[in-house]
Write a protein that binds this ligand. Structure first.
Ligand SMILES: *Cc1c(COP(=O)(O)O)cnc(C)c1O
Length: 560
């Protein structure tokens, strides 16, 4: 008793002494601010979204930015970065005028078509000849004629109105059935056609968030995901207020660390994820093991096959081994697969699949009390063009399984050839074991961005990777044309040999910034730079800078 009393008495007299002679408003102010500070300090230390070190760093940098000299420096750097991005866009587009207002008189069809062509001719990368990684997955005249014909017949339709366009809904159902069948779904499988991989992923995550809230009462949802999973998962986390626990990948295999994944599972986990394959390295996670974790802890597993799905499902028949990663694994509950990548359909279509129909209501949104009527829709979009669905369906029917098996053979053969030749080049190494079409490589001898920069000068456009620095080449059907692979390898060999002569030289040009950005500990600055990059997509030049104008005949004429 006394042991407690003594310090309590001491504390009381100390506090009384501190406040003696103070006016009531002072006592109130000091007390309130102390409580506010303590409560901030408590949440700073015990809030578990980020490690204490990370939060310490972030707070430190946030405070640093208030120092006038640093703030000034930062502002001028930001201005330079924005101007550099805008200048690039200006240089690429300056031969044409920018329209700011509606033309007074409508232009004639042939004038508009000519303008479309002029705008399409901006940009200097020769993607048709296979100089660009990924992006364009297929190109052929017969296919293009089919797609445009189907587009012409269907672009006015809207599957939101199933009573008016029942045939478009039937076509969508057929796509889902066909794709579910490829991924070994049973007759219980279901899904939706979406506008792209990102939307498929958003839909699956919304489904699992709402399903786990309803059935498990999870109110602070978390996802446990490999660090290499596509950034669309981060977008979903931002949109839907879900926390992500990122799990590192093994530095040699570039597959997710399963032990760390298991440790990260908590009572708030709504979903586990894995990629087949992932975007950065083209390696695949051990989906069988993730499926088993999902079963052990009763958590849905999502497999992201957006990139490679339309290759992986045909690999076996094309003569290549690949571990099973679809609904045959009992823990796999949803899959995203992009038709608009290796399904060779026009951009704007993807499929999200669920193992069982009992999950799909969690994907839908329904509004019952709107004066405009009771409203329900399955995906993010309200109205959609039936043309995206019909052209997707047309492409699936055009290729058939034999067409896709042949395409898979051609693509994997090309990718394996490029991989094995790259492995022979002194100074380069491959990240892990690429399973399908993406080959990522780096160097322990020279800065790999120098190779990317020099390849750029020869017309090649690859993807830059970070942590660690690397580049990747996503092989599409366009790259299976004769000569493309050898042309690429010849250029890589020549440039690498040259770089090996002076391996210590630093990167120059735009990629030098990319390399430097990895070393900026304050990631919010990098984020702001990327906002400027996006701003530059919407760049509109100063009217005084513009050198041409569109005359009333729709001709870009020189301003004098
Ligand atoms: C492309 C891709 C996606 C989805 O991207 P979209 O551009 O929205 O189609 C998702 N995951 C992986 C691995 C991808 O490569």
């Amino acid at each position: 008793m006394d042991i407690v009393k003594v310090p309590l008495n001491q504390a009381r007299s100390g506090i009384n002494h501190f406040f003696s002679g103070k006016e009531p408003w002072q006592i109130v102010t000091v007390t309130t601010s102390s409580v506010l500070f303590l409560s901030w300090f408590y949440s700073f230390v015990f809030h578990d979204d980020e490690s204490l070190l990370d939060r310490g760093k972030r707070t430190f940098f946030a405070l640093m930015k208030h120092i006038p000299s640093i703030r000034k420096e930062l502002e001028s750097t930001k201005k330079e970065v924005l101007e550099a991005f805008e200048n690039e866009q200006w240089e690429r587009t300056k031969s044409l005028s920018y329209l700011r207002v509606l033309p007074k008189q409508g232009l004639k069809n042939e004038q508009i078509i000519r303008l479309v062509e002029e705008n399409l001719n901006l940009g200097h990368y020769n993607w048709k000849e296979g100089h660009v990684s990924g992006v364009v997955y297929y190109c052929s005249t017969e296919w293009q004629q089919l797609i445009t014909k189907v587009y012409e017949k269907t672009f006015l339709t809207n599957p939101l109105h199933s009573d008016i366009f029942p045939g478009v809904c039937k076509i969508e159902t057929e796509i889902i059935q066909i794709v579910a069948n490829l991924f070994h779904g049973t007759e219980d499988a279901c899904g939706s056609v979406t506008s792209g991989g990102t939307e498929s992923i958003l839909m699956a995550i919304k489904t699992w968030r709402d399903y786990m809230r309803k059935t498990r009462g999870i109110k602070k949802p978390e996802m446990v995901l490999p660090r290499t999973i596509h950034s669309a998962f981060d977008k979903a986390a931002q949109y839907f207020c879900i926390k992500v626990k990122y799990i590192p990948v093994d530095p040699n295999t570039f597959k997710v660390d399963l032990k760390a994944m298991e440790r990260a599972i908590s009572k708030n986990t709504i979903m586990l994820g894995g990629s087949v394959p992932n975007f950065p390295y083209g390696t695949m996670d051990d989906i069988k093991a993730i499926s088993e974790l999902g079963l052990k802890y009763d958590i849905p597993v999502h497999v992201d096959s957006c990139l490679g799905g339309f290759l992986t499902v045909f690999m076996d028949q094309a003569g290549y081994d690949l571990p099973v990663s679809d609904f045959r694994l009992p823990g796999v509950c949803s899959i995203s697969a992009d038709t608009h990548k290796y399904g060779f359909t026009p951009k704007g279509s993807s499929v999200v699949l669920y193992k069982d129909k009992k999950y799909r209501h969690y994907q839908y949104t329904v509004t019952t009390d709107w004066p405009g009527g009771v409203y329900g829709s399955p995906t993010v979009s309200g109205s959609r063009s039936g043309a995206n669905i019909a052209t997707c369906w047309a492409a699936l029917l055009h290729f058939g399984s034999e067409g896709y098996i042949q395409a898979t053979k051609d693509i994997i053969q090309t990718a394996r050839y490029i991989e094995s030749e790259l492995r022979k080049i002194d100074g380069l190494y491959i990240f892990g074991e690429p399973v399908t079409s993406v080959i990522a490589f780096g160097s322990k001898v020279f800065e790999i961005y120098r190779l990317a920069t020099d390849l750029g000068k020869r017309g090649w456009n690859l993807n830059a990777l970070q942590f660690p620095s690397g580049v990747h080449f996503a092989i599409t059907h366009v790259h299976t044309q004769p000569g493309v692979a050898d042309r690429f390898l010849k250029d890589v060999k020549a440039i690498t040999a040259k770089l090996m002569e002076k391996p210590e030289k630093p990167t120059e040009g735009v990629l030098a910034y990319y390399g430097a950005a990895q070393t900026i500990p304050d990631r919010s600055i990098v984020g702001e730079f990327i906002n400027y990059y996006i701003d530059a997509m919407y760049y509109i030049p100063d009217e005084k800078k513009q050198k041409t104008f569109l005359d009333s005949n729709g001709i870009n004429s020189e301003l004098n």
